[in-house]
Design a protein around this ligand. Structure first.
Ligand code: ATP
Ligand code: MG
Length: 278
């Protein structure tokens, strides 16, 4: 760990000409992206465009079909299982389907990474957990069972759990989903203040143009299987690219596809359905 932190690389996360997908299906190609310490980088794009896939590549859950994914300067595709594990310890992840442990209460869910990865005593654990729950407005919900909290509250507990270790790189997959406007604004400010206070690098996957443009340093827009646009919120807002403008304005008509594209696998399934009915 000391060897890794002493040579802290310039980029917490770097993608170099990366292609990503599943089996022989390629979701995204030719993606290059940099995330530095202290930066909030927003990744936006339509549903199914490959945002979560990108996050899976950053954590080493999937390997790139082409190109390199560097986490803290190390090529995660060439790393051993142990090396991937130690890189993962330096990341906090808020998964899109971030399930909480239903047999643990709110407090124990947030305490879990601390108990797994640190030797903090109970007093420090309590202080750190209540501090993070306070940041998401749920200090007084610490004792509740997971079955006793709402969907939006569960998202905020998962967020507190993702940041409790104060990691160097935090990956947020749809942190605003299911939040009311006030919680959403507070969560956005929390993401920004964690980046500023801890100097951590943040990747923010979201559909929320307004909030992400308010807090992001860089925005990457993915679509049509590639990087559709990248730049600061100001440059993207001023872009006259019809794809960028349609996405930012949420207009129904334009180059951004709404329908999931038809694949040979779908055609095969459909003809089997029809044959069964005939
Ligand atoms: N485990 C998997 N195996 C095969 N295909 C997958 C798998 N996970 C996702 N896909 C496909 O990869 C594409 C991108 O999915 P992904 O989850 O990355 O999209 P997304 O941009 O995160 O969408 P959303 O905004 O809806 O969360 C989709 O076509 C999806 O069907
Ligand atoms: Mg997703």
């Amino acid at each position: 760990m000391s060897a890794q932190t002493s040579s802290t690389p310039e980029f917490a996360l770097r993608l170099e000409g990366v292609a990503l997908g599943y089996g022989d299906f390629t979701v995204l190609r030719d993606i290059s992206m940099d995330v530095r310490a202290g930066q909030v980088v927003a990744v936006m794009g339509g549903s199914g465009s490959g945002k979560t896939t990108l996050l899976r590549a950053a954590t080493g859950q999937i390997t790139a079909q082409h190109g390199r994914v560097l986490a803290f300067g190390q090529d995660i595709g060439n790393a051993t299982r142990d090396e991937v594990q130690s890189l993962r310890k330096r990341m906090g992840v808020l998964f899109q389907q971030g399930a909480l442990f239903t047999d643990l209460n709110v407090f124990e869910n947030v305490a879990f990474p601390l108990r797994e990865h640190t030797r903090l005593d109970e007093t420090d654990v309590t202080e750190r957990v209540l501090d993070k729950l306070d940041a998401v407005g749920l200090r007084a919900a610490a004792h509740l069972k997971v079955s006793e909290i709402s969907g939006g509250m569960a998202r905020r507990v998962a967020l507190a759990r993702a940041v409790v270790l104060e990691p160097e790189l935090i990956l947020y997959d749809e942190p605003f989903a299911g939040l009311d406007p006030i919680s959403l604004g507070i969560t956005a400010r929390l993401i920004r203040s964690l980046a500023d206070r801890l100097g951590c690098a943040s990747v923010l996957i979201t559909h929320d143009v307004h909030e992400s443009f308010a807090i992001a340093d860089q925005v990457y827009l993915v679509g049509r299987g590639k990087l559709a646009a990248a730049g600061t919120p100001q440059t993207l807002s001023a872009s006259d690219d019809p794809y960028v403008q349609q996405f930012l304005k949420g207009e129904p008509d334009g180059p951004v596809a709404f329908q999931y594209p038809e694949t040979p696998a779908f055609q095969k399934w459909l003809s089997e359905q029809k044959r069964r009915k005939a």
